[in-house]
Design a protein around this ligand. Structure first.
Ligand SMILES: *Cc1c(COP(=O)(O)O)cnc(C)c1O
Length: 384
């Protein structure tokens, strides 16, 4: 990353780090080569399709949350698999989904009953998302196994509604229960899946273990993952799929901002920048968490601590408290790191905030503008 050049870009903007995407891809490709498992990109996390050709050698296909993502994967990654899962399909969308997707995963026995035969007749591979009811995280908003969850079919519902006729329509099972987690929670979850569904596994073609796997994180136990994947393949003769989003683009993006003002409230030194947590990094508020910042520490680690927030009216539009070796000054540039996933694809223009431009830093050092936005991009979704 050529910071001299990056610091000349107008802010706010995202910068996608091509080199890091390739480094992540190499790790994910090796897992596939060593195990026969197939790894799909969950596009909901990152769908900057100009980068799909860069990612192409490292992925088996894409995973979509519905019609539009399925179409994007189909159009921009030719000859790769297109998987789709939706909590509920609409009849109007389903016909078109059949044009793009080759694997279609349903959420409930009723949806299999409604659409399963149609999908099979169109030559599609059909799956059902199960809910193993095995929570391995405390964060309810990201826990599809939380009590009362609408995601996946519980074993009780399976026993009640999955007739032999419906089971015969299935080629695979899907579960997605993790978020930014290591191997141990996956092993725990797979054991529960085995306890509840092992009798059905030998008659299926594939199992999809969803996303939330931190495979490209430095602490992830990749060899142990490969053991698990090989165990599943050899024990049940299943094609295993995984569909991480975050792991493909972990640490592969920045949002660059400029310091606008440095007001003080009591003991709190505040720093206002031209990017917004609420508009440009909404998971910071949803989760909540504070992303790392280049050349900054956590609150109190370095001499000068600031609460960094945005221009908007939302009181909680704060990215976090960070510390620096020097006093910040107006016009200075700050760079939030690890901003490639769940950012660009979740942007909004609340308060009429501009959408940040999107750049890519290529491996040869070139910085390319993919897209810039203006007033029209705020306006066009709101009326005539
Ligand atoms: C969110 C999601 C993913 C990707 O999750 P990451 O945490 O980005 O790896 C994959 N599959 C399904 C069904 C999801 O909902």
């Amino acid at each position: 990353m050529n910071w001299n050049e990056l610091n000349k870009l107008p802010t706010p903007c995202y910068v996608i780090d091509e080199e890091k995407i390739i480094a992540n891809g190499i790790i994910l490709k090796a897992v596939q080569d060593n195990t026969g498992a197939k790894i799909l990109l969950a596009q909901k996390a990152f769908s900057c399709y100009d980068l799909y050709p860069v990612m192409e050698p490292y992925l088996a296909g894409t995973e979509a949350s519905g019609l539009y993502e399925a179409r994007l994967g189909y159009e921009y990654l030719e000859n790769k698999e297109v998987h789709v899962f939706s909590a509920a399909y609409k009849a109007e969308d389903f016909e078109e989904i059949l044009k793009y997707a080759d694997h279609i995963v349903f959420n409930s026995p009723r949806q299999v009953e409604l659409y399963g035969a149609k999908a099979k007749a169109a030559g599609k591979s059909v799956g059902l998302r199960i809910n193993p009811e095995c929570s391995t995280q405390k964060h309810a908003i990201y826990d599809p196994c939380a009590p009362g969850s609408r995601l996946g079919t519980t074993k009780a519902q399976w026993d009640e509604h999955m007739t032999q006729e419906l089971i015969n329509l299935l080629d695979g099972l899907h579960f997605h229960t993790l978020c930014e987690q290591g191997l141990a929670p996956l092993e725990t979850t797979f054991k529960v899946v085995e306890e509840k569904w092992s009798k059905y596994l030998p008659n299926l073609k594939w199992i999809n273990m969803g996303g939330g796997h931190y495979i490209t994180h430095k602490d992830y136990d990749v060899p142990a993952l490969e053991n698990l994947l090989n165990y599943i393949r050899t024990t049940y003769d299943l094609q295993v799929y995984m569909e991480p989003g975050e792991a493909f683009v972990l640490n592969a993006g920045y949002i660059l901002t400029t310091v606008l003002d440095l007001p003080v409230n009591g003991d709190t030194n505040i720093c206002l920048v031209d990017a917004s947590a609420s508009c440009h990094m909404p998971d910071v508020i949803e989760e909540p968490y504070s992303p790392p910042m280049v050349n900054a520490g956590k609150a109190g680690e370095k001499t000068y601590t600031y609460r960094i927030g945005s221009q908007t009216c939302l009181a909680g539009d704060v990215v976090g408290d960070y510390s620096f070796d020097h006093k910040l000054v107006e016009g200075e540039r700050l760079a939030f790191a690890d901003m490639a996933y769940y950012t660009m694809c979740k942007n909004n223009t609340f308060n009429g905030m501009p959408l940040p431009s999107i750049y890519v830093a290529h491996t040869n050092g070139d910085i390319e503008l993919l897209k810039s936005f203006g007033y029209e991009d705020f306006k066009y979704r709101l009326g005539k």
